[in-house]
Design a protein around this ligand. Structure first.
Ligand code: FES
Length: 240
């Protein structure tokens, strides 16, 4: 069974920057939208979480690791990530002391149908908070200065869709339910979509202290027509 370091392709003595770089590369290849699979992505993610939380044993074996082990490792990794980035070691993601950044409550668009919810529900996030959703589907994260929303999600270990990472494809689209998150001009979204609250997470950062967003809205009726296949950008990256 590969060790977490082997899964990431780094030496056990690698420093934080090397581990972060290796994770970024591996996670791109393993992403289900980019030729990988959910299983492979989770394997890479578990390896990363184990390495950064110093919980290497928990990720030594996919079969021996329990869901609770993985959840605890993920929480430790995220807490460490938040603390490192805030520079003060405090929990800044769920209502703690003020820091430079925006606290974002997020919800996965894919779970709305399962629960009979819609984007227009006034109490959408209250219902989500009470629904015992998976960690990936509902939660909070801190977007720090210098991060766009997609980077912030990835830096906390979440798998959010993307393709071009440059505002040209709409695969990373999110619906802004509360807060402010301007999207730079010259992107693929029409004024109509912007007025409806759709934003591109790869080029947008919240500017309000708090925000609520629904991610993964790329299949929203009508928005899907703007979407370009992720494989198109994989080919472009290979030719770089
Ligand atoms: S990933 Fe293509 S617009 Fe964001």
């Amino acid at each position: 069974m590969d060790s977490p370091f082997e899964v990431l392709g780094v030496d056990p003595g690698a420093d934080d920057a090397e581990i972060e770089r290796a994770y970024r590369e591996r996670v791109k290849d393993a992403h289900p939208d980019h030729g990988g699979s959910q299983r492979e992505f989770q394997r890479v993610r578990r390896a990363y979480e184990a390495v950064v939380s110093d919980d290497v044993v928990a990720a030594e074996s996919d079969s021996d690791t329990t869901a609770d082990d993985r959840t605890r490792a993920a929480e430790r990794a995220r807490a460490r990530n938040r603390g490192d980035r805030a520079g003060d070691g405090t929990d800044n993601g769920t209502g703690g002391p003020s820091v430079d950044g925006s606290r974002v409550e997020f919800l996965n668009y894919e779970v709305l149908d399962d629960h009979g919810w819609t984007l227009d529900d006034d109490d959408l996030f209250e219902k989500a908070a009470a629904a015992d959703l998976d960690d990936e589907d509902y939660g909070r994260l801190l977007v720090q200065q210098g991060e766009n929303l997609l980077e912030a999600a990835e830096n906390r270990g979440y798998v959010w869709p993307y393709a071009c990472r440059g505002g040209a494809c709409s695969n990373c689209a999110v619906a802004l339910v509360e807060g402010e998150m301007p999207t730079p001009a010259g992107n693929i979204l029409t004024d109509e979509w912007l007025e409806r609250g759709v934003r591109l997470s790869c080029i947008s950062s919240p500017v309000s202290d708090q925000a609520k967003i629904v991610y993964n809205v790329k299949h929203l009726p009508g928005l899907d027509e703007l979407r370009l296949r992720p494989s198109r950008f994989d080919r472009a990256h290979l030719q770089d």
